[in-house]
Design a binder for this molecule. Structure first.
Ligand code: ADP
Ligand code: MG
Length: 273
C-alpha cells in the first residue's frame, strides 16, 4: 500500500462541546489555506454543517464520509470540488448518524479512517492539508479522526467553563497518543467568538494563555455577524464578505498556521506537485 506522503498535514478540529466554532473554523481556515495550498475538508459530523456551509445541502449530498468509513467506496469516488478552487470536500452522508453504533461491530474500528486515507494515498498526492471537522462528542467518529491525523486544533470559546471543557479533550488526546496514535500532538488552541468588549472573554483568554502558553494561537477569531450569516448562503465568510473582520481573522489564522509549520521544519512554498 503506498504511504501517505509526509508533507500532507492532517489536522482534526475537535472539542466535545458543541457550538464552539469547530465547523466554522474548518470551513474558513480551509478556505484561507486554499489560496496557497490544496486542501481537503472531511465532514465527520452527522449534522453535516461543514458540507452545508461549503455549498452542499443535505438533499444533494449522496455518499460521503460514512461510505468511506465502512469501505463502500474509495475517497476518489466520494470527494467533491467546492466553489473554492483547490478546496475539496468529503461530505457527511445522511447515513453518518448511524456510524457511531455501526462502527462498534467492525474490525479496526478506531483505525478505519486512517486506513481509508492510506488506501487513497495516490488520490491525496496533490494535497497539502486535510482538515477534519469532528462531531461534538468523543465517540468513535472523533476517535477515528484522532487516529487518522497528526495533530489536533481545538477551537475554544472564551467563556466561563472553557478551561474545564478543554481538559476533557486534552485527556482524550493523551489517551489516544498512548494507545492508538503515538505521533498525535496538540497543534494548538484557537480562541473563537471573542468579544473584546466583554471582560470575561479577556479574563478567560488570559487564563487559557497562562496554562497552554504558545499552544494558543496569537490570532483570535472575533464574534462577527458575517461569519454566522455565511453558511446559510452555502459560502465561507471569505467569499461571502471578504472584508469582514471574521474573514480577515481567518486569513490571519491561516498565515499563522503556515508560519508555525515552517518553524517546525514543515515544508512551505508552492502547492504540491
Ligand atoms: P461547532 O462546530 O463547534 O458546533 P459552529 O462552528 O457550528 O460550532 O458554531 C456555532 C454557531 O456559532 C454557528 O451558528 C456559527 O455560525 C456561529 N459562529 C461561529 N463562529 C462565529 C463567529 N466568529 N462570529 C459569530 N458567530 C459565529
Ligand atoms: Mg460543527
Amino acid at each position: 500500500m503506498p504511504a501517505i506522503k509526509p508533507s500532507l498535514r492532517r489536522i482534526a478540529l475537535a472539542n466535545q462541546k458543541g457550538g464552539v466554532g469547530k465547523t466554522t473554523t474548518a470551513i474558513n481556515l480551509a478556505t484561507a489555506l486554499a489560496t496557497k495550498k490544496r486542501v481537503l475538508v472531511i465532514d465527520l459530523d452527522p449534522q453535516g454543517n461543514a458540507s452545508t456551509g461549503l455549498g452542499l445541502p443535505r438533499s444533494e449530498r449522496g455518499a460521503g464520509s460514512y461510505a468511506l468509513l465502512v469501505g463502500q467506496k474509495p475517497l476518489s469516488e466520494l470527494m467533491r470540488p467546492t466553489r473554492v478552487p483547490d478546496l475539496f470536500l468529503l461530505p457527511a452522508d445522511n447515513d453518518l448518524a448511524g456510524a457511531e453504533i455501526e462502527l462498534v461491530g467492525l474490525e479496526h474500528r478506531e483505525h478505519r479512517l486512517r486506513l481509508a486515507l492510506e488506501a487513497a494515498a495516490d488520490t491525496l498526492k496533490g494535497f497539502d492539508f486535510i482538515l477534519i471537522d469532528c462531531p461534538p462528542s468523543l465517540g468513535l467518529l472523533t476517535l477515528n479522526a484522532l487516529v487518522a491525523v497528526e495533530s489536533v486544533l481545538i477551537p475554544l470559546q472564551a467563556e466561563f467553563f472553557a478551561l474545564e471543557g478543554v481538559s476533557q479533550i486534552t485527556r482524550t488526546i493523551d489517551r489516544v497518543r498512548r494507545v492508538l496514535n503515538p505521533g498525535l500532538t496538540l497543534d494548538g488552541i484557537v480562541l473563537t467568538m471573542f468579544d473584546r468588549r466583554n471582560n470575561l472573554s479577556e479574563l478567560v483568554a488570559a487564563d487559557v494563555r497562562a496554562f497552554f502558553r504558545d499552544k494558543v494561537f496569537e490570532t483570535v477569531i472575533p464574534r462577527n455577524i458575517r461569519v454566522s450569516e455565511a453558511p446559510s448562503h452555502g459560502l465561507p465568510v471569505l467569499l461571502y464578505d471578504p472584508r469582514s473582520t471574521g474573514a480577515q481573522s481567518y486569513i490571519k489564522l491561516a498565515a499563522e498556521l503556515l508560519r508555525r509549520e515552517r518553524l517546525r521544519g514543515g515544508k512551505d512554498g508552492s502547492k504540491a506537485a
